[in-house]
Structures are given as structure tokens and as C-alpha cells.
Design a protein around this ligand. Structure first.
Ligand SMILES: NC(=O)c1ccc[n+]([C@@H]2O[C@H](COP(=O)([O-])OP(=O)(O)OC[C@H]3O[C@@H](n4cnc5c(N)ncnc54)[C@H](O)[C@@H]3O)[C@@H](O)[C@H]2O)c1
Ligand SMILES: O=C(O)[C@H]1O[C@H](OP(=O)(O)OP(=O)(O)OC[C@H]2O[C@@H](n3ccc(=O)[nH]c3=O)[C@H](O)[C@@H]2O)[C@H](O)[C@@H](O)[C@@H]1O
Length: 325
């Protein structure tokens, strides 16, 4: 049980739908596949280049008659006939998106351009998973969608945050110029089962470190904050946004705000090791979710304290470390 299965009706209620999910072999994408496959009217196609995703995340669907998995890089054009496109393809963990920054910005810019071209050709509705990183190191707190952000255009995170900002611009230009139906979700830090164990994001790091009985690496100063959303809540928000009437951008995240030191205490009371931080790390982040609440009737249900054990269980299984009696 991971809190995902109980949520919602599988989305795409209207009629038979063929739905494309780019990046569907990744963490959020694979949970979205599970959710959409529950509706028997949906056919789901995943395209992924497996940079940070894995076929293992989709193993329960491989061979299913309503499911197709295609190895494809979104920086190359794609020709398919679909009704909806959830465009997630992009490495999300800072260590992966900084690993090959030119590829990251190409994925955000050319990948989004290609998916918009596809949406235009076949008349599909397209949803982009943008990010709270478009707000940069925010000077407004909590962040509302009307805040334009405080982003370093030449920093080591820019391939990702500026890349997503351009992707948002492309979405709105295609909408205004070509009448494409667009949806933009600004996702705030999301966690849950199937995250890469060593992907470097803070919740996965802390859980893996706690299971391996290693000290939790809190990057300095430790007072920086994030707001963590459980993946089933995120998927529910994305489906509501796609199937609703509002273009967005709409913040989707859990407004519960924690410092990294508080998060370390939530995960486990083990030794904490403070380590150097990376450049341009945002000092505080918390979504204002009034828009998601009013326009989509959405709010997160799972508190950090309740979500972390689901993820710990998944990590223990994958690391083959049973819980001590
Ligand atoms: N998880 C979060 O906290 C978070 C927060 C904000 C935004 N997002 C966004 O949500 C989306 C999914 O994030 P995630 O956490 O599931 O990350 P993830 O890394 O697990 O998934 C991304 C997927 O995209 C695939 N991919 C990357 N580049 C590709 C390319 N060029 N062509 C085809 N596939 C490619 C990867 O192989 C992977 O399967 C991303 O767009 C990310 O920017 C995530
Ligand atoms: O939600 C978002 O919009 C963005 O959030 C994250 O980026 P970030 O918040 O920097 O994610 P983490 O790498 O998990 O870092 C969060 C905080 O934890 C700290 N941290 C990280 C790792 C660690 O071992 N210890 C630690 O204290 C970092 O310094 C940072 O302050 C995601 O990785 C992005 O994909 C996403 O777009």
C-alpha cells in the first residue's frame, strides 16, 4: 500500500482517450500511468529515454493491451495520434539535471517545442509539468502564481529553471498563436515510492541514509525550507488540472513548510552531518495553493509524517533491508 491506489477515478472520464505521457518511466510519470490506466477507457502511451527513469517502474503494465512503451528522446520529433499529452520528460533531481546541462536545456526547450508541435498537429490538449524553481530564490513568500520570480539566468541551476521558464513561454505562445489547449502545473517538491534511491534529492537521500544507518547529510545552513507533497496528491492535482478548464499556471504542492533540519528529524533521529551547499539553492519555498483549491477543488491529503513511512517501506524492499523488530 502506498497511498496511491485509493485516490480518484483514473481521470480522462469524458470518452475513450489516447493519452501520451512523456517521462512516464520516471517517478511522478509512472504513478500517473498507474492512475490513468485504472480508467478502462484510457489507452496510455509512454515515451522515455530512460535517463533517470526505468522500465521497472512500469513493469505491471508492460504487455497490457491498453499500454505502449516507446524508447524515444523528446528532443527529436515524434509522430503519434493522441488526445492528451502529459509532458513530464526532463531530469528533475539537481544532480542529474546539472550532469549534462546542455542536454537539460535542450530537453526543456526542444522537447517542449516538439510536444507542442505534436499537440498542434493532432489537436491534443497538453499539460507541462513546470516547477516551483521558476520562482528561483523567491523574494515573495509563500509563492503565488503571479510572482515572476528571482532567477539567476547564468547559474548552474539555470539549465533547469530557465529551461522550464522558456517551456512555459512556449506553451503560452502556442496557445495564443495557434489556439492549442494548454495546462501548466508548477510542481513543488514531491516525494514517494519509486524515487531513485541515489538520486540526490533530499527526502530520498535522508531515507536511504537512515536505512543504511549513515548520518543524514544536511546541507548548510539547514534552515532553508521546502514544502513536500506526497506523489498520490500530486497525481490527483495533475489529472484535475488536465481535465479541468483552466490553463494555469497553477501551483500544485503541499503548503506544509519544513526546514531541512526539521525534515531530518521527521525521517529519523539519527546523526546529522552538516555539509556544504550548492550554488543558488533557494532559501525558502512554500506554495500558495489558493488557485488549485478554488479552481480545481484540490488540496493535498497526505502529511509528511504519514507519507515518509510509505516511502521508507519501498526503499527497504528495494535495498533488501527489513525493518528491525
Ligand atoms: N519531483 C519533483 O519534486 C518535481 C518538482 C517540480 C517539477 N517536477 C517535474 O516533474 C517531471 C517529472 O519529475 P520526476 O520527479 O518524476 O523526475 P524523474 O527524473 O523521475 O522523471 C523524468 C523522466 O523523464 C525522462 N527523460 C528525461 N529526459 C528525457 C528526454 N530527453 N526524452 C525522453 N525522456 C526523458 C527520464 O528518463 C525520466 O523517466 C519533470 O518535468 C520535473 O521537472 C518534479
Ligand atoms: O520542487 C521543485 O520545484 C524542484 O525541487 C527540487 O529541487 P530542490 O528543492 O533543490 O531539491 P533537493 O535536491 O531535494 O533539495 C532540497 C533541499 O534539501 C537540501 N539537501 C539536499 C540533499 C541532502 O542530502 N541534504 C540537504 O540538506 C538542499 O540544500 C535543498 O535546500 C527538485 O529536485 C526539482 O526537480 C524540482 O523542480
Amino acid at each position: 500500500m502506498n497511498g496511491v491506489e485509493e485516490e480518484g477515478d483514473g481521470g480522462g472520464d469524458q470518452a475513450n482517450m489516447r493519452i501520451l505521457i512523456t517521462g512516464g518511466a520516471g517517478f511522478i510519470g509512472s504513478h500517473l500511468v498507474d492512475r490513468l490506466m485504472r480508467n478502462e477507457k484510457n489507452e496510455v502511451i509512454v515515451v522515455d529515454n530512460y535517463f533517470t527513469g526505468s522500465k521497472d517502474n512500469l513493469k505491471q503494465w508492460i504487455g497490457h493491451p491498453r499500454f505502449e512503451l516507446i524508447r524515444h528522446d523528446v528532443t527529436e520529433p515524434l509522430f503519434l495520434e493522441v488526445d492528451q499529452i502529459y509532458h513530464l520528460a526532463c531530469p528533475a533531481s539537481p544532480i542529474f539535471y546539472k550532469h549534462n546541462p546542455v542536454k537539460t536545456i535542450k530537453t526543456n526547450v526542444m522537447g517542449t517545442l516538439n510536444m507542442l508541435g505534436l499537440a498542434k498537429r493532432v489537436g491534443a490538449r497538453i499539460l507541462l509539468t513546470s516547477t516551483s524553481e521558476v520562482y528561483g530564490d523567491p523574494l515573495e513568500h509563500p509563492q503565488t502564481e503571479s510572482y515572476w520570480g528571482n532567477v539567476n539566468p547564468i547559474g548552474v541551476r539555470s539549465c533547469y529553471d530557465e529551461g522550464k521558464r522558456v517551456a512555459e513561454t512556449l506553451m503560452f505562445d502556442y496557445h495564443r498563436q495557434h489556439g492549442i489547449e494548454i495546462r501548466i502545473a508548477r510542481i513543488f517538491n514531491t516525494y514517494g515510492p519509486r524515487m531513485n534511491i541515489d538520486d540526490g534529492r533530499v527526502v530520498s537521500n535522508f531515507i536511504a541514509q537512515a536505512i543504511r544507518e549513515e548520518p543524514l547529510t544536511v546541507q548548510l545552513p539547514g534552515t532553508q525550507t521546502r514544502s513536500f507533497c506526497y506523489v498520490s496528491d500530486m497525481v490527483d492535482g495533475l489529472v484535475r488540472l488536465m481535465d479541468g478548464e483552466h490553463t494555469g499556471p497553477i501551483n500544485i504542492g503541499n503548503p506544509g513548510e519544513f526546514t531541512m533540519l526539521e525534515l531530518a528529524e521527521t525521517v529519523k533521529e539519527v546523526k546529522i552531518l552538516t555539509v556544504e551547499n550548492t550554488p543558488d539553492d533557494p532559501r525558502q519555498r512554500k506554495p500558495d495553493i489558493s488557485k488549485a483549491n478554488e479552481l480545481l477543488g484540490w488540496e493535498p491529503k497526505i502529511k509528511l509524517r504519514d507519507g515518509v513511512p510509505f516511502m521508507e517501506e519501498d526503499f527497504r524492499q528495494r535495498l533488501c533491508v527489513p525493518k528491525k523488530a
